[in-house]
Ligand binder design. Structure first.
Ligand code: HPA
Length: 269
């Protein structure tokens, strides 16, 4: 499964991206508009970057935008590939490895998620402190290198979590902390699965991020993650979760989310 990053690197260089900044941010469902705020930006569609995932999901533009936020050059991945789109858990592998290869050091992953805590009224922001892989798969299955045995003990970098806390204080936004459980999707969970997730120690459920954390840790990147709780998870509110609701509440969170990210960019070393 070793996908070659050479083609992506050649294409990035062709677009003037000979190097990438040390900080990258993956913008999840309904959160991509942050990339529109980048100054002096170079934007390249994933379709032009061999091995990058061309998203099939509404709310995911599928562009890499490199530009300045708060005067600092940042690589903004506007949209991601999900396992459920093509059955490929390593959909983001070339994007992540190319980022690392061209200078990336820190990757902040963002996503929309279902909340398991009644006190987290959507849209709420949560720094992910750990995860539970409930998908039954792993993006490194089939990867032959010795580096496949990636330790995930401190996968969510404690220093980045502290930086997120400081950024939240500076931006005056409430930032909770919790454990994210990865379900494959694309169907939403059943109420019984959500009760199981609660018993197992999850605070959030979602269909992304975990494979990227694993790939990014394998690549040696520092990783952080922020979820926007767009709904109470299945069975907790009476209503049905939906992709439309996810996008609507992600947009409602946009102002707080962008303030948090701007403060994070200012603070991240
Ligand atoms: N479950 C899984 N993924 C999600 C949810 C959810 O309730 N909300 C947003 N993404």
């Amino acid at each position: 499964m070793d996908q070659d990053i050479g083609g992506a690197i050649v294409a990035l260089k062709k677009h003037g991206l000979d190097s990438l900044p040390p900080l990258g941010i993956v913008l999840g469902s309904g959160l991509g508009s942050f990339a529109d705020e980048a100054a002096e930006a170079i934007a390249v569609g994933y379709a032009e970057l061999p091995g990058f995932p061309v998203p099939s999901v509404e709310g995911h533009a599928g562009r890499l935008v490199v530009g300045a936020i708060e005067g600092r050059r940042v690589a903004l991945f506007q949209g991601r590939g999900h396992y459920y789109e093509r059955g490929d858990a390593s959909a983001m592998r070339v994007a992540i490895d190319a980022f690392k290869n061209l200078g990336g050091a820190t990757l902040l992953l963002t996503n929309a998620a279902g909340g398991l805590r009644s006190e987290w009224k959507p849209p709420a922001l949560v720094a992910v402190t750990d995860h539970i892989n409930f998908s039954g798969t792993n993006p490194l299955i089939g990867h032959a290198g010795g580096d496949r045995f990636v330790p995930l003990t401190r996968a969510y970098d404690p220093e980045l979590i502290r930086t997120l806390r400081r950024a939240a204080g500076e931006a005056d936004v409430a930032l909770h902390e919790g454990v994210y459980m990865w379900f494959s999707g694309p169907s939403f969970e059943t109420p019984a699965e959500i009760r199981a997730a609660q018993i197992l120690g999850a605070d959030l459920v979602g269909m992304s991020t975990v494979p990227e954390v694993i790939l990014a840790r394998r690549a040696g990147l520092r990783v952080g993650a922020v979820s926007v709780v767009t709904n109470y998870a299945a069975g907790l509110s009476g209503g049905d979760p939906s992709h439309d609701e996810t996008q609507e509440y992600a947009r409602l969170a946009a102002d707080q989310f962008k303030r948090l990210l701007r403060a994070f960019v200012r603070q991240a070393a």
